[in-house]
Design a protein around this ligand. Structure first.
Ligand SMILES: [Zn+2]
Length: 209
């Protein structure tokens, strides 16, 4: 039940995960598909209940549909979550229309562009998706900054395959610092705003209330 799931999540944050005394600092990534299944709705409600008790950060993996992030936020909100301490990940492959993006931004979650370094024609999880390039991601971030969301943006690499590590010829974990931050400056995002995106926003998100 959602109640039992809540107890498991709270225990992993307060006491330790998987039989260890290593405590989780964040709930997530909570995966959802599209349409969101009944079981996933239950997990989202349990996440909200645990967050309401703990004041901890939450991160959500939305289904691959432009309507998915807002629907996840709605379910969390109805169950008492703090959307202001919640990250919506993978927006790069989920919302493509700037108007829809700004509508979603109004809901108050952190807006994560986390596929930096992933540039491809055929996105195997959903061939309908036009995966943006890093340059296009930065253009979108510049729009969000211009619209006043500099305190809500977070970025990442989502490295989960060997070919993206420097050892195997990839860009590695320094790509954002070495290549993306300088390009952000070139596209009108100030150093102060870059520091918010790379330091202040993740720090605030990760701090328990
Ligand atoms: Zn994910």
């Amino acid at each position: 039940s959602a109640h039992q799931l809540t107890d498991i999540i709270v225990g992993e944050v307060l006491h330790g995960a998987d039989g260890t005394d290593i405590r989780c600092g964040v709930i997530g990534e909570i995966g959802t598909s599209w349409p969101i299944t009944e079981s996933e709705r239950k997990v989202l409600r349990a996440t909200a209940h645990a967050q309401a008790q703990l004041g901890c950060p939450v991160i959500i993996h939305p289904g691959r549909n432009p309507a998915a992030p807002a629907e996840s936020v709605r379910i969390l909100q109805e169950a008492g979550a703090d959307i202001g301490k919640t990250v919506m990940s993978h927006l790069d492959r989920t919302i493509f229309d700037n108007g829809e993006l700004l509508e979603f931004a109004k809901l108050g979650s952190y807006l994560e562009y986390d596929l930096f370094g992933t540039e491809m024609l055929n996105y195997s999880y959903n061939m309908e998706v036009d995966m943006p390039s890093d340059s296009q991601r930065i253009q979108t971030l510049a729009i969000l900054v211009k619209e006043g969301y500099e305190d809500k943006i977070v970025v990442a690499h989502d490295i989960h395959t060997k070919n993206r590590l420097t050892k195997y010829g990839g860009h590695g974990y320094s790509h954002i610092l070495k290549n993306i931050a300088p390009k952000m400056l070139m596209r009108g995002i100030s150093q102060h705003q870059v520091d918010k995106i790379l330091i202040d926003n993740p720090k605030r998100w990760l701090t328990f209330k």
